[in-house]
Design a protein around this ligand. Structure first.
Ligand SMILES: [Zn+2]
Length: 280
């Protein structure tokens, strides 16, 4: 398949031809930046790891040019930084045994431009070729503009598909802002029990992001552990690690995106205020 950016790549860790590698996809992760997938879509990666019937394919939308840099990377140019981040993402794809890894290399500014349809067209094509059962992307309450823009383009791409070709499930996942605030009935639990060493490796290969002092590896593991314990106040822990998802599946078919999130916020507000009223 032809990707729009000249520098875009599709990396297949086991080197199978694309005609074999892409259609085997069952779980697709679409994230804005290099390392977002490993933070937010670990559930899909673990579901597929070591399973020849299930394959995780990753899509990183942006080029990494705007990445924060410090420590040994302080003097790196944008071009050098892009190369480092591409290499790190390929390391993660190899470690996680992904079926394939798309590096779409779009500038963030283009992703955030709602009138730019290049990415949308590309996502429609990727969804058409991979035909995943489940798609993991950013949640709509994330506080990073590029993350929310990617989620909006993914929703639009799913809508552009014939209904019979749409994934069965579309999940918005946690990076910049977690989903603990969702009412329990609105949370999608994504258990991450087991293979802690693999989860550590997947977040740990992104040296350029961590070495400067942002311990995404420890923070991500801590958040997963915290969710597992704080999910249930009256029961013992059922999971050792957990991440939360926002169910975006209905939005693939109909409805207004802003209204969908507003309703989730309204239910959260109602849960908080009803408890205060009841106990006052
Ligand atoms: Zn990101």
């Amino acid at each position: 398949m032809k990707l729009s950016q000249a520098s875009a790549q599709i990396f297949v860790p086991d080197q199978l031809p694309l005609g074999v590698a892409l259609p085997r996809t069952t779980h697709l992760g679409i994230g804005a930046h290099h390392d977002d997938l490993e933070i937010m879509a670990a559930h899909g990666i673990l579901e597929c790891f070591g399973n020849t019937e299930r394959w995780f394919t990753g899509v990183v939308v942006t080029d990494g040019a705007g990445s924060a840099r410090d420590f040994g990377y302080r003097e790196y140019t944008d071009e050098q930084m892009k190369a480092v981040r591409r290499a790190e993402q390929k390391k993660a794809a190899y470690v996680g045994e992904y079926g394939a890894q798309f590096l779409l290399d779009h500038p963030s500014s283009a992703v955030k431009n709602a009138t730019d349809s290049v990415l949308l067209t590309e996502l429609v094509e990727i969804l058409g070729v991979t035909r995943p059962e489940v798609v993991y992307t950013h949640n709509l309450a994330d506080k990073h503009d590029t993350h929310v823009a990617v989620a909006l383009r993914v929703i639009a791409a799913c809508r552009a598909l014939d209904p019979s070709a749409r994934p069965q499930r579309l999940l918005g996942c946690e990076v910049w802002r977690d989903l603990d605030w969702l009412c329990d009935s609105d949370k999608v639990a994504l258990p991450l029990d087991g293979r802690e060493h693999l989860q550590s490796a997947l977040t740990g290969v992104f040296d350029s992001q961590i070495a400067g002092g942002k311990r995404y590896d420890l923070a991500t593991a801590g958040r997963r552990r915290a969710h597992a314990t704080y999910s249930e106040s009256h029961g013992t822990d059922r999971h050792s690690a957990l991440s939360w998802g926002m169910d975006l599946t209905p939005l693939m078919h109909s409805g207004e995106t802003e209204a969908h999130v507003t309703e989730l916020l309204r239910r959260f507000e109602s849960d908080v205020t009803a408890r205060i009223r009841r106990l006052s």
